[in-house]
Design a protein around this ligand. Structure first.
Ligand SMILES: N[C@@H](CCC(=O)N[C@@H](CS)C(=O)NCC(=O)O)C(=O)O
Length: 225
């Protein structure tokens, strides 16, 4: 098997890449990186990602880092397989690119802060900062107003078909749906329908099992200890 995805099942950026591979029906080897061990801050991992972060990716002798660049590579390299996540026609391609930028620069910053405060801090026994939650919930709501208008015009962000512009949101949406912030998605009918639709995709459901298995592994270890 030529493709290797190095990452952690608890990393949204890793799951973004795994989701793209499943959508394209591409076989890959998942190489688990234990972030607690610090192995990602040392060689040989730093040769794959000089920033010492997951994910990293290998296709034979070609390697990449940055989850959104990796999904683009998978989508183009395996164009003939699975879901068509990208198209080559100029205007739809550029429109899709706009929404990919929006995800990275408008949606993700607030979504990531909310996930840290509402999900991850609790896992590390830390206290949620309510002021940061309120500030970022308000910022994300403003972003979702723009999404609501867009999704009133087209079924998906990049047009009438599911593309990378939608896929890139999946890890953060998945995490936020289990928090109080879910309500700002539910309050917007087009956004709410879009979330339900893309989170139910078989490729995403398959991706999530990777994380569920990892949680089960941790629970059974705790039980043994
Ligand atoms: N922009 C990067 C972000 C990568 C990233 O933040 N990875 C996190 C996990 S989601 C990580 O490796 N954290 C451990 C660390 O920074 O030491 C991407 O999309 O690949």
């Amino acid at each position: 098997m030529a493709i290797k995805i190095h990452g952690s099942p608890f990393s949204g950026a890793t799951l973004r890449v795994v989701a793209a591979a499943h959508e394209k029906e591409v076989d890959f080897e998942f190489v688990p990186v234990d972030l607690r061990s610090g192995v990602h801050k040392q060689y040989p991992f730093l040769a794959l990602n000089p920033f010492g972060q997951v994910p990293a990716f290998e296709d034979g002798d070609f390697s990449l880092f940055e989850s959104r660049a990796i999904t683009k590579y998978i989508a183009f390299a395996y164009e003939g397989k699975g879901t068509a996540l990208v198209g080559m026609e100029l205007k739809p391609k550029v429109a899709r690119g706009v929404w990919m930028e929006v995800e990275a620069h408008q949606f993700d910053p607030s979504a990531s802060k909310l996930i840290w405060e509402l999900v991850l801090k609790g896992m590390f026994g830390m206290q949620t900062d309510k002021a940061i939650v309120d500030e970022n919930e308000a910022k994300l709501a403003t972003v979702l107003d723009v999404y609501e208008a867009r999704l009133g015009e087209s079924k998906y962000l990049g047009g009438e078909t599911f593309t990378l512009a939608d896929l890139h949101h999946l890890p953060q949406l998945h995490m936020l749906m289990g928090t109080r912030v879910k309500k700002i998605f539910d309050e917007r009918p087009h956004v709410s329908a879009w979330c339900k639709d893309i989170l139910a995709r078989p490729a995403w459901q398959k991706t999530v099992t990777l994380q569920e298995q990892a949680y089960q592994g941790i629970r059974s270890q705790e039980h043994i200890l």
